[in-house]
Design a protein. Structure first.
Lengths: 433, 250
């Protein structure tokens, strides 16, 4: 035990004096959390009032439809509507050019006579329907046809995300149908009143009956609203924990190449004691990283105008998921450090493999946004198990029971890395001795 | 010198996996207590392999090693406690101070507290490192590093010390201090097994030397006897070249 503590102390001293290693372990993830949260905030926060996407709006209609679609965008809070460039009223060709050059991402052109066309079509639909009831003069409708549909033109920059594009088109379409419904209701009443003098139109106008209420079901009493902080803090903390592979492998290989391991193996100390001393130090580092990142989430992010991280009350669950993630990351580092023969191999394989596991595991892009094949692969990444565990706590208010599946997977992963490490060590010892 | 050997090597053979030829090929050797024994040979001769087996790092393919009567295969822990190893590489942590390095290695031998502190201070004094004890090893000169490297193998007062090229690449002053201290240790009854490329150094330091090449002992005896047996050569180095050839080794 005393020898183990001596190894622990030595490793701690070595790490404390490795300034670049410490920067990578603590400063890098903090910066990543702040930068990523700032970048993603408007995307995550549905309640965000700071409009960010600029939409070029060309209203050639100059009537109700154009006005309503414009006000629909303005009221959404997600868009800034621009209808002039260089103090010149915007035209369709100017808008197209501005999107083509990449100065703007989106432009919408409401065509001339759009309102008139829509109104005429609505009126005709109503008239034909009433004619079926014998109301109105059916003879007048003979030969009258619907006008061509209204062609609303939307220009998109090629970089615009498909989901965002679909959302925008849906928004325009929603506004259109809303206006159309109002007119159908209004014209129906007008026509019936004209034909049936005793008819009294309802005092209330057309009312929408379908409204949406957003809720995020969780195990907590108080509802949690997902935001960039709730995602980025655990995501980058896990990423940083797994990046421990770099200093850990460097430490292992440096000891091996420098000859210290040779000397240590001639001393009356078991190899496992030497390894466990390292493991303990890096487990402590992972726990400190998590504590530092949570503090950054709670205290630092609000300084940048970002929502503070809500940790919640489930500290035991948080501790368990942090510990098993740390075990998995240290085990992974140990395995890579034992397999790799040189610093270069360890650094290249270690960093690239962590980046791949992170990308695959939903650290950068949520898993639900991935194609089905990638979603299946995501389930294989230990970083995915870890982030799911953290989500269960931070977003769903889960407790120990809710994180148990992920904790178990991470435990088994950590155990398997120890087994592989041991086998590789034995194999290498066999080859060299 | 006592007739009972402290190290008995019998038919020791080591064949590395995948290697065609044995690294050491059935060597037998007795090393006696209080002896300074030189293991000399060109690169790849089998010196480091022999020392590694004696230190318990590798197991032999064939043969046996008894150290102070203990089988190296079945009693590695007791043997590790009685031997001190000074590797050829500067097996130190550059970002720890000299004192921190020595404290750590002392701890690994089970030493701690005031006893360890006193020993460290004693050796730092002997090797002229007291003033530099709290500096990082990365700031040390080559000679200072070699001296710390040596101290780390002596801290626990071993009965047998294995020294692999302990004076390679250092200044004359450091070399003199190290060699003088090795003689002093030997006077205290410590057995020293020593490898070197410096034949003159071995000639003056060692009671006996074994010249080893391609895994075989090709000459064994005390330097004076070897020189007497080859009157045509003026020094051990000439005998060494004569026995091992002028071909450069990898």
């Amino acid at each position: 035990m005393k020898k183990l503590l001596s190894v622990f102390r030595k490793e701690m001293l070595l790490l404390m004096r490795d300034k670049s290693g410490l920067t990578m372990l603590f400063v890098m993830p903090t910066l990543l959390i702040v930068i990523s949260s700032l970048m993603q905030e408007s995307g995550w926060n549905s309640l965000n009032k700071n409009a960010s996407v600029k939409v070029l709006f060309v209203d050639n209609d100059h009537d109700s439809l154009g006005v309503k679609i414009r006000s629909g965008f303005m009221n959404s809070g997600s868009f800034v509507v621009i209808d002039s460039l260089n103090r010149q009223p915007l035209t369709a060709s100017m808008a197209k050019e501005a999107v083509k050059t990449g100065d703007y991402l989106i432009a919408i052109v409401v065509p001339q006579g759009a309102t008139k066309t829509m109104r005429a079509n609505v009126r005709l639909s109503v008239a034909k329907t009433l004619a079926g009831f014998g109301i109105g003069n059916a003879m007048l409708l003979n030969g009258v046809v619907f006008r061509d549909s209204v062609d609303m033109t939307l220009y998109f920059d090629p970089t615009v995300n498909r989901a965002f594009k679909n959302g925008l088109i849906s928004s325009v379409r929603e506004n259109y149908y809303k206006i159309q419904s109002e007119w159908v209701f209004k014209i129906f009443n007008q026509e019936i009143a004209a034909q049936m003098p005793l008819y009294k139109p309802p005092k209330e106008g057309f009312r929408e009956v379908l409204r949406f209420r957003e809720e995020f079901p969780s195990y907590r009493e108080v509802e949690l609203i997902p935001n960039s902080s709730q995602h980025n803090v655990p995501a980058w903390t896990i990423f940083a924990m797994f990046f421990i592979v770099i200093p850990l492998t460097q430490s292992l290989i440096q000891e091996r190449e420098g000859g210290s391991l040779f000397r240590l193996l001639t001393m009356p100390v078991p190899y496992m004691t030497l390894v466990m001393g390292k493991v303990m130090v890096y487990l402590v580092v992972c726990l400190l990283q998590t504590a530092a990142m949570l503090m950054a989430g709670i205290f630092l992010l609000p300084l940048f105008g970002l929502p503070a991280l809500v940790v919640g009350n489930n500290i035991p669950a948080l501790f368990v998921i942090t510990l098993v993630t740390a075990m998995a990351s240290v085990g992974y580092g140990l395995m890579v450090g034992t397999i790799a023969n040189t610093h270069q191999q360890a650094a290249a394989f270690g960093s690239i493999s962590v980046i791949i596991l992170a990308a695959m595991g939903g650290i950068w892009v949520p898993v639900y946004m991935m194609p089905p094949t990638m979603r299946a692969f995501a389930m294989l990444s230990p970083l995915n198990w870890a982030i799911t565990g953290f989500y269960n706590i931070f977003l769903r208010g889960g407790n120990l029971l809710q994180i148990a599946p992920q904790a178990l997977k991470l435990c088994l992963f950590s155990l398997s890395t120890v087994v592989v490490t041991s086998l590789v060590h034995k194999y290498k010892k066999g080859v060299n001795s | 010198m006592s007739r009972q050997p402290i190290i008995e090597i019998r038919e020791l053979t080591k064949i590395y996996k995948g290697a065609g030829e044995p690294a050491i090929n059935g060597i037998s050797l007795d090393i006696f207590p209080n002896e300074i024994f030189g293991l000399l040979g060109p690169n790849g001769a089998g010196k480091t392999t022999t020392i590694s087996i004696l230190c318990g790092l590798f197991s032999a393919t064939k043969g046996s090693v008894l150290i102070d009567g203990l089988d190296s295969y079945t009693n590695p822990e007791q043997i590790k406690q009685m031997i001190g190893v000074v590797p050829q590489d500067l097996a130190l942590y550059p970002t720890l101070t000299g004192r921190e390095n020595l404290t750590f290695f002392g701890n690994m031998y089970g030493l701690r507290g005031p006893a360890l502190r006193d020993r460290i201070n004693h050796y730092l004094g002997v090797f002229g490192l007291e003033k530099h004890a709290n500096r990082l090893v990365s700031k040390y000169s080559g000679g200072m590093k070699r001296r710390v490297n040596l101290i780390a193998g002596l801290l626990h007062d071993p009965k047998i010390i294995f020294l692999d090229e302990p004076t390679v690449g250092i200044d004359v002053q450091s070399r003199v201090v190290i060699l003088e201290y090795l003689k002093e240790l030997n006077k205290r009854g410590i057995t020293i097994i020593y490898t070197s490329h410096y034949m003159e150094e071995a000639e003056h330091l060692c009671h006996r030397v074994a010249i080893i090449d391609r895994g075989n002992i090709i000459s064994l005896g005390n330097p004076a006897d070897l020189l007497a047996g080859h009157p045509e050569f003026k020094s051990l180095e000439h005998i060494f070249i004569h026995l091992t050839g002028k071909d450069m080794r990898d």
